[in-house]
Design a protein around this ligand. Structure first.
Ligand code: SDX
Length: 427
């Protein structure tokens, strides 16, 4: 693309610089457009809008490429660990052995929550959706950690970041324990980040809990696949909340709330519920027909993506992980067969081909999580646990950007023009 983009509005000509990134689409810098033309751009779903500059994650939706600071997700999922990826996203590089040890020790030392936070859970009904608990408890963290809410102090930002990454597994496991009436299990600092989470979730004080290495590895890989994903809805929510100067705990609570939606992170719970509802391969054509019916609100959950118009690379890794976990646990789940056949039929259907609808990260994740023992209500909690690393990294990147300003979009106003008040006896 040339140096400047040229616009003509009402016969007047304007030029705006075109900015180039390392890879990916150029952007037209329209920051001066309203001041010069008196017109806004209009892009309600932000399908053509770059909201920020970022070095964290790159997605090529056409090619199905996902890079975290340049490293392909397939290589990270195969060779790395969630804590390594957290270091990469938060500090910019894969850690050396010493850096890894220092980072994991730092995170480990923040895994406990304030003892009084346990009281928050008692305020919820036992059948409360765990995401409701996550919204409430994570938002409440700001009431306990005043020493890390000064967002202008890099040291406090880093402590808050470490606290959020470290405490999410503890808070998530407590939400699960509360829902099943079992006692909370304290963190065990001898375990890995993911092993610690599995023990807090499935262990009980009455007996020793052995972390299953294959499950720990699969869970850790699932966390890697969910760590960050460019400027998705919940990350944009965290950035917008953070742009007002809100404390990081409140910003992450806002991200959790947004992620909960079935069009976003809630899709993993909805996808498994859908697969169970379909129940048998014979019923797949009926559901594909419904998904294609404009008058039917039903959609194939776990299919389609705003950016990926090719196979979501995370879905490929997830499908492979299902096979590995099933082989290790010597389990079979007819729902996996339904998922595989549903994918096969959809990817050969002109509707899905024409609209470039492929399985996304949420299509297979529920099958593994269910096999490991999580109820569907916990699936989005696990997504939020992992995505906290990305949210915190994106929040830090935004706050430390000297050009950062409060986010304040405008609108196309279509309401009534100015009119005078009419007294009630004259209406
Ligand atoms: C995540 O943004 C991210 O990066 C998100 C995420 C992350 O890591 O943060 O990747 C995680 O949220 C993955 C997406 C999970 N959501 C789902 O699986 C829910 C089902 N998918 C859809 O709701 C939809 O595909 C979205 C929300 C994901 C994307 O919606 P878009 O980009 O706004 O696309 P659209 O709704 O305008 O759909 C385009 C067309 C429409 O048909 P037409 O109006 O053009 O005729 O495709 C159809 C839609 O009806 N369509 C589907 C469909 N998804 C889109 N039809 C049937 N089944 C589907 N799943």
């Amino acid at each position: 693309m040339g140096d400047n983009a040229k616009f003509s509005i009402d016969g007047d000509n304007f030029e705006y610089p075109v900015l180039q990134g390392t890879i990916g689409p150029d952007v037209v810098d329209i920051r001066k457009l309203y001041g010069q033309t008196g017109a806004f751009t209009y892009d309600p779903g932000f399908t053509s809008t770059a909201s920020c500059e970022s070095e964290l994650t790159f997605i090529d939706g056409g090619e199905g490429v996902l890079l975290h600071r340049g490293y392909p997700i397939e290589q990270l999922a195969e060779n790395s660990s969630f804590m390594e990826v957290a270091h990469l996203l938060l500090r910019g590089e894969l850690p050396t052995a010493d850096e890894y040890s220092e980072f994991t020790n730092t995170i480990t030392r923040h895994t406990m929550v304030h003892e009084q936070l346990r009281g928050f859970y008692q305020g919820f009904r036992r059948d409360a959706h765990p995401m409701a608990i996550m919204c409430g408890v994570v938002g409440a963290l700001s009431a306990f950690y005043h020493d890390s809410t000064d967002i202008n102090d890099p040291a406090q930002r880093m402590i808050a970041s470490h606290r959020l990454v470290a405490k999410m597994p503890t808070i998530a496991a407590m939400a699960y324990k509360y829902s099943i009436g079992q006692p909370f299990v304290y963190p065990d600092n001898e375990l890995s980040y993911t092993g610690n989470f599995l023990r807090m979730t499935f262990g009980v004080p009455a007996e020793e809990y052995e972390v299953h290495p294959a499950i720990e590895k699969a869970m850790d890989r699932i966390f890697i696949l969910h760590a960050d994903h460019e400027q998705n809805a919940s990350t944009s929510t965290v950035r917008l909340a953070g742009s007002s100067g809100a404390n990081p705990f409140a910003c992450i609570a806002a991200g959790i709330a947004c992620l909960w939606g079935p069009a976003h992170g809630g899709a993993n719970e909805a996808a498994l519920n859908m697969l169970h509802e379909i129940g048998h391969p014979d019923r797949i054509p009926e559901y594909i027909k419904r998904a294609k019916d404009k008058d039917d609100p039903f959609r194939l959950m776990g299919f389609g993506h705003r950016v990926y118009k090719n196979y979501d690379p995370r879905a490929s890794v997830m499908q492979e992980t299902v096979r590995e976990v099933f082989e290790t646990l010597k389990v079979k789940d007819p729902v996996f067969d339904v998922a595989l056949q549903l994918e096969e039929m959809a990817l050969n259907d002109p509707y899905f081909i024409d609209k470039k609808l492929f399985p996304n990260v949420d299509f297979y994740s529920g099958i593994i999580l269910s096999a490991i023992g999580f109820p569907t209500s916990m699936f989005t909690v696990l997504f939020a646990l992992a995505r906290t690393v990305g949210w915190v990294a994106q929040w830090n990147e935004m706050i430390s950007d000297p050009g950062q300003r409060i986010g304040r979009p405008r609108q196309l106003y279509t309401g009534p023009a100015k009119r005078d008040y009419v007294p009630i006896d004259k209406r």
